[in-house]
Design a protein around this ligand. Sequence first.
Ligand SMILES: Cc1ncc(COP(=O)(O)O)c(C=O)c1O
Length: 382
Amino acid sequence: MIGYGRQFIDRQDIKSVTKVLNSRLITQGPYIQKFEKKLCKKLGYKFSSVVSSGTAALHLIGLAMKWKQGHIILTTPISFLATSNAIIYSNAKPEFVDIDKDFYTIDTVKLENKIKSLKKRKKNVKAIVCTDYAGHPCDWSKLKKISKKYNLKLINDNCHALGAKINSDERYTSKFSYCTTLSFHPLKHITTGEGGAVLSNDKNFDKKIKLLRSHGINKIKSDEIWKYEMRELGYNYRISDFQCALGISQLKKLNKFIKKRREIASIYNNAFKNIKGIITPKVKKGYSHAYHLYPLKINFKKFEISKKRFFYIMKKKKILLQVHYIPIHYQPFYKRKFKYKKNDFPISENFYNEEVSLPIYFGLSKDIQRKVIQNIKTLLRI
Ligand SMILES: Cc1ncc(COP(=O)(O)O)c(C=O)c1O
């Protein structure tokens, strides 16, 4: 079966992990800091804390920022559930803003209108969490202006976008956002199995993240050398040393991974260009897409086939496509808790009706990609 994504692990990766497994410290060892330093360098941040997942990274941000009931955090319905679930973990409320119809990231005009309306109603808006969906960065210069104007913390869920660029700058995220989260899940650009990170330029904030990722425990200097103190209620969100060794080894291949993803995207772009009823992902001027996903929009009505049947036949051909994402406000939990309903976010909903994530990953061969394209074209009678 051909899936939409897949990790790439080579002999060097295995060697790096085995080296740590043969050492004394396999969990809290030297590779944690080494990996953190490399991530700081890559993204231009001063501080970084690696953790057990991208979800843990988002949760820790809410805890460190002391989000609580009555706080409102703005985000979009087109992201992975973790982006908004993490807001609820701290009892704050996620308020959604629709996506931009061309780039599928947060619509900055709608965002500002929403902030104005919430402020008018004296609501306590605290932060904006923006996902660089599929690997296409948001409109960060506008977001920064809005966050300054309304004094809101700006958080970049960068889990899709490691390797993306704005004006040739791979470190754009650190120029615009207060902090950034990464995920190292196997389907992301680089993997540690499970893993994630929080990056920022704020020393105290990073200290809090480090405290909270390990039960809120601080080692203290004392004659009683066994002593430690629990200062806050934290969690076990630690990542292991051998996972970080894998992360370092994977990071060395990031440029190669991104180059291949861009090549695959360019083949899809050519195959589906100028076809009425199909929209290939657009890239904003001056931006470089990291293509964690390749979201193709298909107007199924025009091709007289349902999305359900399209997926079913493709699966029969051993091509397992995906959809990113079911809008979060459609989920039963969100409908129940926040009374969201259909038509609340029409661009996200239309996007969901049409979006199909095509296979894109380092190990995807040209032959398999050709097979994917041919099957789609035959099915749509193009
Ligand atoms: C946009 C986004 N945010 C957060 C996460 C959560 O990351 P993890 O799976 O490492 O917990 C994901 C993972 O799929 C994601 O795609």
